[in-house]
Design a protein around this ligand. Structure first.
Ligand code: MG
Length: 379
């Protein structure tokens, strides 16, 4: 049974005693190439929140300057200069108050907001002894299918990796396009489809790399591939270009073009996307994710849930706590921790044959390993 959080919020007080922001760097197993970026090393900020009773909560945001404009240094300094003074002394169990304070402190800086928000939800969950999805109303889905990202230098390497992960049980793939030449991207799509067979769910993500003409050429050259959608083919603010492409048969998804709830309405008004990639770092935490999913559901829009490349099991677990609430997303669920050489928790989120269990312990359900945190701490 779910606790009555509204009643709990009003009655209980758990004062935040201290907050610490810790910059970390963890290399990826291999560079992740995408249309507007190549990520070689995760540059994250981990947030540790301690309550008056000694309970500790953890949160995290990775930098994604080409997506949100926030670098690791900026996330760190915003948390240190604005969020820590604003949140110290606040009641971690009053999520309305916490939300208002975070909005004021972080304004539109969603990476920083998400890291602190996540840590306070983790803290509240640990205080009550419930997982976050339980606190938010009780997740239906305890186990979910995950998608695998392909972002190699050659079409052959994409196809080889695709065959290997599908043989290992993965049933949903996303091909990063826009890094190779257009002809190579089209060839990679065909080679991967040939390698995985017709039944595997498959999407493509250009991360803003193309013009409308280039995107149209890719769509025309991959008509028989059976992509579920093409994600962010053109610039984040080119809604007219998105709308022109969306007139065709292939559904178009927005990712970099979504920087807050208003952006969903703006795309929908122009028929510029029929689905969205929802990420914590873009929506600033649990409340933003919940509201975005509600808007998408009410408008009949599809959802992709994605942790940003670079996130460890901390942020990945937050995504899973949320995914458990809304169930298996139509356009895939991608988890980033598996692309890192290491993790910072004692019980990393683990994908087995393309499936993942939602961590069931209190809060986020993962436990930070102090030794690992020290190993990857920078500065
Ligand atoms: Mg994307």
């Amino acid at each position: 049974m779910s606790p009555d959080m509204n009643a709990v919020d009003r009655l209980d007080i758990l004062e935040i005693r201290s907050i610490e922001a810790i910059p970390i760097a963890i290399p990826l197993k291999k560079p992740m190439r995408m249309g507007n970026d190549t990520v070689v090393t995760a540059k994250n900020v981990v947030v540790r929140v301690e309550a008056e009773d000694g309970t500790i909560g953890w949160g995290e945001a990775t930098e994604a300057p080409t997506m949100t404009g926030e670098t690791q240094e900026q996330i760190l300094s915003l948390i240190q200069e604005k969020a820590i003074p604003a949140m110290t002394g606040a009641n971690a169990l009053n999520w309305e108050e916490v939300g208002d304070l975070l909005d004021q402190a972080c304004e539109d800086k969603s990476n920083a907001r998400s890291a602190v928000d996540m840590a306070i939800y983790d803290l509240a969950g640990r205080h009550h002894g419930y997982s976050i999805n339980h606190l938010l109303g009780g997740g239906e889905a305890r186990e979910l299918s995950t998608m695998w990202l392909l972002g190699n230098a050659t079409a052959e390497a994409d196809a080889e990796e695709a065959a290997a992960v599908v043989a290992g049980g993965v049933s949903f793939l996303k091909l990063k396009v826009g890094v190779k030449s257009l002809d190579e991207d089209i060839r990679a799509a065909h080679l991967v489809r040939a390698a995985i067979g017709g039944k595997i769910d498959f999407t493509a993500d250009a991360n803003t790399a193309w013009t409308v003409e280039e995107a149209q050429k890719f769509i025309d050259g991959t008509r028989d591939i059976g992509f579920l959608c093409l994600e962010q083919p053109v610039d984040a603010d080119d809604l007219d270009g998105m709308a022109a492409l969306a007139k065709g048969p292939l559904p178009i998804a927005a990712d970099e073009g979504l920087h807050g709830l208003d952006y969903i309405d703006a795309h929908a008004a122009k028929n510029a996307a029929s689905g969205f990639s929802l990420k914590f770092i873009k929506l600033g935490g649990f409340t933003g994710m919940q509201k975005a999913a509600e808007i998408c559901r009410s408008k009949g829009l599809k959802i992709n849930l994605a942790s940003k490349t670079g996130e460890t099991s901390l942020a990945v677990s937050a995504l899973l706590q949320f995914a458990s609430l809304i169930g298996q997303p139509d356009w895939g669920l991608s988890l980033a921790n598996g692309y890192l050489i290491d993790d910072i928790v004692t019980n990393p989120v683990t994908v087995v044959r393309g499936r993942v269990s939602v961590p069931s312990g209190p809060g986020l359900g993962v436990t930070v390993d102090p030794g690992k945190l020290d190993t990857y701490r920078i500065g």
